[in-house]
Design a protein. Sequence first.
Length: 319
Amino acid sequence: MYTYIYICKLIIPLMSSFLKKTIIFGLIVLGLYSFIYAIGINSKYEPNDYIDAIIDKHKRVKSIKGKQLLLIAGSNIAFGIDSKIISDSINLPVTNMGLAAGLGVDFILNEAKDLLKPNDIAVLSIECLGSLEGDYLSKYKAKKALSYTGNYFKADYNAELIIDNYLIRNRLIHLKDAGTSNKNTVYGRKYFNEYGDLTSHKSKPHSSNLMLPPAQNTDKLEIIAAINEFTQYCKAHNISVFYTYPSIAKSAYTKYAKLIDNFSAHLNKIENLEILDTLAESVKPDSLFFDSIFHLMYGERDERSKLIGHHLKNTLKSR
């Protein structure tokens, strides 16, 4: 018994010292990790992130209390529309909601449902070469910018954990290489004007290597179904809904002609969806596109915008 007490008297001080050191070390590690994690989580993926423009687009829409028009699609309308031309044609405020097809058709249409009010006008220009789901990184960036946009898609917390880890590493790289980000990019929040149009490609040259979407192995009828559901939603909520074909480079149309023609045929069967133009009008020479098969050169936006404005003016006048 005495031997046991003697051993305890020797060991306990040693254990206490060890435990103290262990706890202190653990707290230092935990504090350091928490600091690094906070840097990552509370920072943007990169300076002037493109998706962050969703903040300004939502702010504009919500600031307009009366009737307005929303242009709804991916980047084809971000690059390819002059909203002021359309606004002047119909004498209504216009907001260009276009950002990226990578957000997915479901996200884009759910966003529109959230923002549109009765008597508003929705003009869709959904790219049929996109997908319903989009990519999770784009959607999560939108959620980081505006938390409530997380309601527009199904959360995948495993994916978010992976992205957050990437975010931390990326942020630390920016701390190390501050000021070395690509200053030549046209993709950034600050490059959108007050209407939500991207303007940074002004005076930029045409690229002979236009970006193409991944290989298309489906008929895209799930996108048709989503557009149909959205159209009927709009009718039920007294929202006028139209469709304008995305401008597309001729080489891409030739490559995907069967898919695009089939999509167009089904699109024309959607009840209550008024189509403002024709597929043929949307197919243009490759030389009129900037860096993607959907991104018109800056100088080509006017013609498309005038055409949409003209069709809308005549249609709305006849109602």
